[in-house]
Every structure is written in structure tokens, then in C-alpha cells.
Write a protein that binds this ligand. Structure first.
Ligand code: SER
Length: 884
């Protein structure tokens, strides 16, 4: 094996690392954060630095002292940093791993961390120096010099690499990042993949990156713009599994003391022997890795589901199960691995011990679900694959892949993997599109009931009758009977899991209709308690979409139903506001205004209406004033049932394409409003207290949308605006009444200053220009000047080139400038040179193409643009050498 003879266990390495940085170098020991990060832009915790992002960005105070050490639980599965495709297929990739890391928050930097890292691995871990290689970022001369001069690594073992290899971060769409230097372990020539195998060009298993030292000094924003951080920081990360592999003297992380006991148990369960069959080995490794990841994720509170992080967990879990099936292990089996994992890791991570039973339970339930999935979906999947195999393109359509997911619960990644094994690809883009389309459909339909479910509900209603809605006048009732339970499109008798549809004989819960959202609240009995997340209806059947919090619910049981009163009250006043809105719009804009839709929620009213132009600010104000006037009048609301003809005669407004029954409900607000409506309303307009219009916009040709808030929400809205204004006034040290004038003055001042700055920049650049003219060198037939002056825009650069070329006479002048992330390159070639075959167009094109751009122009004058300045200096140097 490798030349390292000292065998140290993973557990000991954890300890040594912490001791080295805390005791020897005064770091604060920080606990691993959860695998579920606070940062919503990152799916899972992918690195040790994640919990410190607010410190690096300067939002939070550094630790005291400002240097920390940790062993962080990390998961790289799903999302930008996923390693899942490699897991099992390489000897060292994982979905879950531990990262040993030390961090400096504006404290020490390169000159300290580089020697320390070397000291730890060569003295504390006693790694053989001749097995180590160093990489640094290609322009990082400082790190290079520290490795060479301060540490004593010979130059030929320090390799410079580009952005792909030696620049780290940001961990999400934006955040801290920086150049890095890595330490690699060389397993020796006997592991090389060929004669050219070398650290500088090879990613085979001979070399393994063990430690990444990131010099965290930059910040990248969402648009990719990079700016320096206020302080220079350090973030290092060493994969515990990898360093343990080296220290255990084995060639795979799966054979370390951290993972081998799990792998052995998987092998035993499957009756297979590790290292007998490469294909079987992949499945053994996948199950080992995934079981560990699943155990840690659930211990941190994650549950399998269909969105975001929960989906990632489901996907990993199901992938492990499928590989179990490939090995011939009977489902369920994965939960039986939890014991060995907890045994191996429980001491370092007590959360595993605390949650062991819960983890087993959740894994087992998901295994049961997946067994049903496989049983139901496998036939269809095989059929789809067989059809694809017959086609020339051998591709499974996005819709088919989506159907497998939506109907049978096959995660996309699983379909891709299974199809790939049979030489068939999957249209992943088509899948994403089908998923987006379904979400859109679900949103616009405003109901959480699928078509197949609808048929079932109609059947139930035909058998058991319509639900009696008792919620106009009461929000609580205590003798409602459970008459049906539906889970995943199937009627059941008893339920004790999580999500369930509950149908009652009567209910105070209002079901989503007529633009008013459904009620939420609680349904409970002595045996159980459930949270109603939404109430919807199919025909006359009310469906309580509920999440069981505790216990068991059974058909026939009598329960208490309690609507969330505060929320209903807010919904109610927003609904009455929608009626006032319609009347006010008609008064201000004319009777031609017709309702085109509405949405009433606890925190807003949205009213769509036909009108062929945008409203003026004055019209909006008038509408708002009318509504607030009616609120002050405290008009009593009245409701009456009558025939549709009577209602029309009474002048009630009905929605054009709405279907109404024989009897309709008419809601009146004195002389102000009379509408056909089944929704819930305030007793009198005074309950609304205040209304504020928040926006008016177009949603389609001839259709406008106006939005408003009222009651508590309006007070919140107005308060937040006045608080903002006060904050601005305070920061400007001006009374609120003067803020606007001050801002206007400031804007003028800034404009003037910007102009002055531009003039100054131009003057400065012009100064530089006359200086650089001196750099022209003599070549055969005239002068050559190739220069880079940053900070000039293309126009200024052009003028400069013209001026200098005039001054130099027969000459070739090439200028490049990096300005606001753009590179401009301009070349001018005088006539004599041009007739000798020198072409300005070719010159700029060559330079630009080295910098990811292009351009061209006439042979005597040409201009090009590019974006990546990494190779600009090299390209100019090369150009100079070819022309001189
Ligand atoms: N953030 C770096 C990494 O994840 C070093 O900790 O590799």
C-alpha cells in the first residue's frame, strides 16, 4: 500500500485535529451545525464554513478569539455541489462526510495557516513528505513562496492551477469565496493510470486531495460580480474519510474504520462478498454511503418528501433501496443498518443515539412506501424502457419520466440510473418542464384535488350526501362525525400517519370557493388531533386537508372542529372589502367595470376587473377614499336567500360565467353593494377599520388588477412604511417632512460628483497614455507598442490609440483595457506595416479569443471585446514576441 506506516483511526484523527488547533494554536472549538442550514439558498450543509458565512460577510461578530476549529457534518447530494453520481463508483466520494476545518475571521492568513497545515500532517500525523504535492492558484505567488521558502517544499512539487481547481466558493448562488491551495496525497506510481499520469493533469485515483486551504478574501454577488471582503479570512477543509483512508493505509474510504463496519453489515445482509464482483461492489458501497447519509439527515430533523431537501432525502433513500433490490435483498432492510451506524458514530454525534428509534421508524415507513411504488411502477417503467430501446434516439420522454414520478413516486435520478443501465437516456429538461407545468396547473386551479381524486369524492358524495356547512354563524362545533377518510386517492377506515383528507357530516370550515381561501384550524377528539391545513370542496363535499399531529383517526368517530378564528376574521373583512372595491370602482370608473376574478386571503384582497387603461393616481385615491368613507359609515351587512330572478330584480351583481343553483345567497351592504356571494363577511363595514390600496396593474389586455389590505394587515402595512421613512429621516438627520427635498438634493449632488469623477478619470488616463507612449520599441520598419491600461472604456481607448499612433508615425499600436468587467482591445496598424501583411483585425481577434471573446475590423484599425482577463497578460506578451 502507501508508504505511510502509522495506522491511526478516524476517531483519533478527529481528536488530534481539534487538539492541534485549540491547544496549540488557540482556536475556539465550535460544534458541528445541523445538516439543514439556516441559509435558505443552500439545500444542505455542504462545507464547514457555511455556519460562518454571516461572519465572513461581516453581518455577525467573529467568535472570541476570532479563530475557530470544528468537525462539521456535511452532505453533498442534490443541488450545485452534489457528488451523488460518483458515489459507489469511485473509492472516495460520499453523499455524507465529515469535514475537519479551521477558520480565521480576519485574524491569521496565508503565512500562518500554510506552515501549520504542513506541521499537522507531517509531524502530528507523520505523513511521508515525499508522498505530498501542493497546488496553488495560478497567480498566487504569495502562497507559492510561502510553501517554497517558509515550509521548504521543493518548487517542482508546487503546481499552479486555474480557477476550476484552485478557487473555492461561493457555497450557494452568492457569498464568500477565494483562491485556495490544496494538499494532495500520492498513493505511488503503482496506482498511476498511464505514462502521462501526473498531479498537474490527472484526476485518477493515484492522487487524492486531502486538505483544502481557502484564502477567503472575496465576495461574489448573484450576478457573479466579485469584490473584496472587508477582512482576509481563512477557511480550511479536510475530509475525515479521506485522511483516515491515508492514515489507515487503505485505498478506499469504504475500507476505513469509519465505514467498513457498515459495509460489512450490508455485505452480510446481501450474502455477497466485497471485492468479488465490481458491479456488486458499487451497490454495496452505495447502500453503505446512503444509509449513513439518511441516518444523519433524519437525526437532524429531515423527513422524506416531494420538495427541496425532503426530496433529496427521499431520493437518496430510494436509491439505496433499489441497489438493495439489485443485490437481491428483501425490502424492508435499510432500517436494520441504523444500529451499526449509531454504534460507530453515536459517541461523536449523540443526536443519533437520541433519535435512533425515530430514524428507524421513518426509514422503515419509507421502505414500505417504496415497495408499493416499485410493485406498481416497475411494469410501466420496463414498458417505457423497452419502447425507448426500439427507437433510434433511445430516449425516455420528459412526460413519461414525470408520470413515473408523479404517479408512482420514482425519483427522476432513479429513472435516469435504471434507464442508463439499459442504454437508454432520459429527457431531463422535458421532465423539469412537465413538473413546472403541473405546478402551474395546480396553482391556477386553486385546488389540491386531482381529477382521479375528484371522481372518488363525487362517488363518496353520491353515497353519503353533501356536507352541511354550518360556518356562517359558528366557528366551533363539537359533534361532527367523521364519515370518510381518503389517503392518496384511496378510501380507508383508520389512519395514524401524517397527511390525510377528512370528510365530516357537517363542518364550520369554509371551503375554498368564489375566490375566498379555505379555512384552517384544528380537528380533534380524545383519540387524536389534526391540523387542518386547507379546506377545499368537490361539488358539495367539503374536504379537510389535514396533518395528523397525534393519535389515530377512524371513520365513525365524533370529533370537535375549531376554525382558526383570528385568520377567518381577517379573511372575512378582506372579502367585504372586495365588495366595497367593486362598488367604488364602478362609481369612479363607470358601470362598464366588470369583475374578472378575485382572491380573498387573510392578508390581502385582489380584485381583477375589465377596464382598458391604467388608473390614474387620482382615481386610485378616490376609490380608496370611497371605501374608507363606507367603512366609517359602519353599514350593516345583510344576507338573504332568494331565487336568482328575485336577486336580479333586486339589482344584485352576479358573475357572468358563474353557475348558480335555484336559491342564491345575496350579500348586501346598505345601498352601497348587493352581490350574489357564498362567502363569509364582516357583520358591518366598521369591522374593516381601514383600507389601503397597495397596487394597480395590468394582467392582460383590457384586464386590470387592484390589490388592497385592510384591518390588522393595513395597520401593519402603514406602520412599516412610516417606520421605513423614520429610519431614512434618522439616518439623514432630517425631519420626515424634509426627507424628500434632501434626497432630491443628494441625487443632484451625486450626479455632479459622478460627472466630475469621470472627467478626472479621463484626465488621469490621458496622463498615463502619454507616459506609455515612451514604452514603444523599435522594430524593423517603425515602432511597436503593446500595452494594457485598465480603467478606460472603449471610446477613450480608441481615442488614445489614435493619438499615440499619430505620434509614433509608422507603427503597430495595440492597447487592451479592463474596465467594469469588460475587456476592450484595439489595434492600429500603419500603412507600411499593413502592406507587409500585418492585420489589425487578426491581432485583436487573437488576443480576444484567448480571453473568451471575439472581434474584428479593418486591416488597419480593429476593435474587439472579451470577458475573462485571466490570460490577457499572457496573450499580450505573446503578441509582442511575435511582432517584435
Ligand atoms: N470550504 C472549503 C471546502 O469545502 C474548505 O473548507 O473545500
Amino acid at each position: 500500500m502507501n508508504s505511510n506506516k502509522v495506522v491511526i483511526s478516524g476517531k483519533e484523527i478527529r481528536k488530534k485535529f481539534i487538539e492541534f488547533f485549540s491547544e496549540k494554536h488557540g482556536h475556539r472549538v465550535v460544534k458541528s451545525s445541523s445538516l439543514i442550514p439556516d441559509n435558505p439558498t443552500v439545500l444542505l450543509t455542504t462545507a464547514g464554513m457555511l455556519q460562518f458565512v454571516p461572519i465572513f460577510l461581516g453581518y455577525e461578530k467573529p467568535t472570541d478569539p476570532p479563530r475557530a476549529v470544528s468537525v462539521q457534518k456535511c452532505a453533498r447530494a442534490g443541488g450545485k455541489d452534489s457528488d451523488i453520481e460518483n458515489v459507489g463508483r469511485t473509492p472516495r466520494h460520499h453523499t455524507f462526510f465529515e469535514m475537519l476545518g479551521n477558520f480565521s475571521f480576519g485574524d491569521y492568513f496565508k503565512s500562518e495557516i500554510i506552515p501549520w497545515a504542513w506541521e499537522f500532517i507531517t509531524e502530528d500525523l507523520k505523513l511521508d513528505k515525499s508522498s505530498l504535492w501542493i497546488t496553488v492558484y495560478e497567480t498566487d505567488d504569495e502562497a507559492f513562496a510561502i510553501w517554497r521558502d517558509k515550509v521548504g517544499v521543493s518548487e517542482d512539487r508546487i503546481i499552479r492551477k486555474g480557477k476550476k481547481d484552485n478557487f473555492w466558493g461561493p457555497p450557494g448562488p452568492s457569498g464568500p469565496c477565494g483562491p485556495c491551495s490544496e494538499i494532495h496525497f500520492d498513493f505511488g506510481e503503482q496506482y498511476s493510470c498511464g505514462p502521462d499520469c501526473h498531479i498537474s493533469n490527472c484526476e485518477c485515483d493515484r492522487f487524492v486531495e486531502i486538505w483544502n486551504l481557502v484564502f477567503m478574501e472575496l465576495n461574489q454577488d448573484e450576478e457573479g460580480k466579485i469584490t473584496p471582503l472587508e477582512k482576509k479570512n481563512v477557511d480550511t477543509g479536510m475530509g475525515l474519510e479521506r485522511i483516515t483512508m491515508v492514515m489507515n493505509g487503505v485505498a478506499s474510504t469504504f475500507e476505513t474504520d469509519l465505514l467498513l463496519p457498515i459495509l460489512q453489515q450490508v455485505a452480510q445482509m446481501s450474502g455477497k462478498t466485497y471485492k468479488e464482483n465490481p458491479k456488486t461492489d458499487i451497490s454495496l458501497r452505495i447502500i453503505t454511503d446512503h444509509a449513513r447519509c439518511v441516518t444523519f439527515l433524519i437525526a437532524d430533523g429531515l423527513k422524506p418528501g416531494n420538495e427541496g431537501r425532503n426530496y433529496v432525502l427521499r431520493m437518496i433513500l430510494r436509491r439505496a433501496l433499489r441497489h438493495g433490490k439489485l443485490l437481491g435483498i428483501e425490502l424492508p432492510f435499510l432500517h436494520n443498518l441504523v444500529d451499526v451506524i449509531v454504534e460507530n458514530y453515536g459517541e461523536a454525534y449523540p443526536e443519533l443515539v437520541e433519535n435512533k428509534d425515530k430514524i428507524k421508524d421513518i426509514v422503515k415507513k419509507e421502505e414500505e412506501r417504496f415497495r408499493q411504488t416499485i410493485e406498481r411502477g416497475e411494469g410501466l417503467l420496463n414498458e417505457i424502457i423497452a419502447t425507448a430501446q426500439k427507437q433510434e434516439s433511445k430516449v425516455i420522454s420528459g412526460e413519461d419520466a414525470f408520470k413515473l414520478y408523479d404517479t408512482f413516486g420514482f425519483p427522476l435520478e432513479l429513472t435516469v440510473e435504471i434507464a442508463d443501465e439499459q442504454g437508454v437516456a432520459v429527457d431531463v429538461q422535458g421532465y423539469t418542464k412537465a413538473m413546472a407545468e403541473q405546478k402551474e396547473r395546480a396553482k391556477s386551479a386553486h385546488q389540491a384535488v386531482s381529477l382521479t381524486d375528484k371522481l372518488l369524492y363525487v362517488e363518496i358524495m353520491n353515497k353519503l350526501g353533501q356536507t352541511d356547512f354550518i360556518g356562517y354563524n359558528q366557528l366551533k362545533s363539537d359533534n361532527n362525525k367523521v364519515i370518510a377518510l381518503v389517503e392518496n386517492g384511496k378510501q380507508i377506515e383508520v389512519f395514524e400517519e401524517e397527511y390525510i383528507d377528512i370528510i365530516l357530516d357537517k363542518t364550520p370550515f369554509y371551503a375554498e370557493s368564489g375566490g375566498q381561501v379555505g379555512d384552517t384550524g384544528i380537528i380533534k377528539s380524545d383519540n387524536f388531533e389534526a391540523k387542518v391545513i386547507n379546506t377545499v370542496k368537490v361539488e358539495g363535499l367539503f374536504i379537510h386537508k389535514a396533518q395528523v399531529l397525534a393519535g389515530k383517526i377512524s371513520v365513525g368517530e365524533v370529533i370537535n372542529a375549531e376554525v382558526d378564528e383570528a385568520r377567518r376574521k381577517e379573511i372575512t373583512i378582506h372579502h367585504t372589502t372586495a365588495h366595497l372595491m367593486q362598488s367604488a370602482l364602478r362609481k369612479v370608473l363607470g358601470d362598464g367595470v366588470a369583475q374578472a376574478g378575485s382572491m380573498v386571503e387573510p392578508d390581502r384582497t385582489r380584485f381583477d376587473f375589465s377596464f382598458d387603461r391604467g388608473m390614474t393616481p387620482d382615481e386610485i385615491k378616490q376609490v380608496e377614499q370611497l371605501i374608507n368613507g363606507w367603512i366609517c359609515d359602519n353599514i350593516q351587512r345583510e344576507t338573504a336567500e332568494m331565487s336568482i330572478d328575485e336577486a336580479k330584480q333586486a339589482g344584485a351583481i352576479a358573475l357572468f360565467d358563474e353557475k348558480y343553483g335555484d336559491k342564491v345567497r345575496v350579500v348586501s351592504l346598505g345601498e352601497v353593494s348587493k352581490e350574489l356571494c357564498g362567502g363569509t363577511h364582516a357583520c358591518s363595514t366598521g369591522d374593516i377599520r381601514v383600507c389601503k390600496i397597495t397596487s394597480e396593474s395590468a394582467i392582460a389586455a383590457g384586464t386590470r388588477r387592484i390589490e388592497a389590505v385592510c384591518g390588522n394587515e393595513a395597520v401593519k402595512y402603514l406602520n412599516s412604511h412610516s417606520e421605513e421613512l423614520e429610519k431614512i429621516a434618522k439616518s439623514m438627520k432630517a425631519p420626515t417632512t424634509e426627507v424628500f427635498a434632501r434626497i432630491q438634493k443628494m441625487t443632484d449632488d451625486i450626479r455632479q460628483m459622478q460627472k466630475k469623477l469621470k472627467d478626472l478619470e479621463a484626465e488621469l488616463a490621458a496622463g498615463k497614455v502619454s507616459d506609455v507612449a515612451k514604452n514603444a520599441i523599435d522594430i524593423d520598419g517603425g515602432k511597436l507598442l503593446v500595452e494594457r491600461i485598465d480603467g478606460l472604456n472603449a471610446d477613450l481607448l480608441k481615442q488614445t490609440v489614435e493619438q499615440i499612433a499619430d505620434k509614433l508615425g509608422e507603427s503597430i499600436v495595440v492597447f487592451a483595457s479592463v474596465n467594469e468587467d469588460k475587456i476592450s482591445i484595439i489595434a492600429k496598424v500603419s500603412n507600411d506595416f499593413m502592406t507587409k501583411g500585418i492585420n489589425a483585425g487578426k491581432i485583436v481577434n487573437e488576443v480576444a479569443s484567448d480571453c473568451g471573446g471575439k472581434g474584428g475590423g479593418r486591416p488597419n484599425f480593429a476593435q474587439a471585446g472579451a470577458k475573462d482577463p485571466t490570460n490577457l497578460d499572457k496573450a499580450l506578451l505573446y503578441l509582442k514576441s511575435t511582432l517584435a
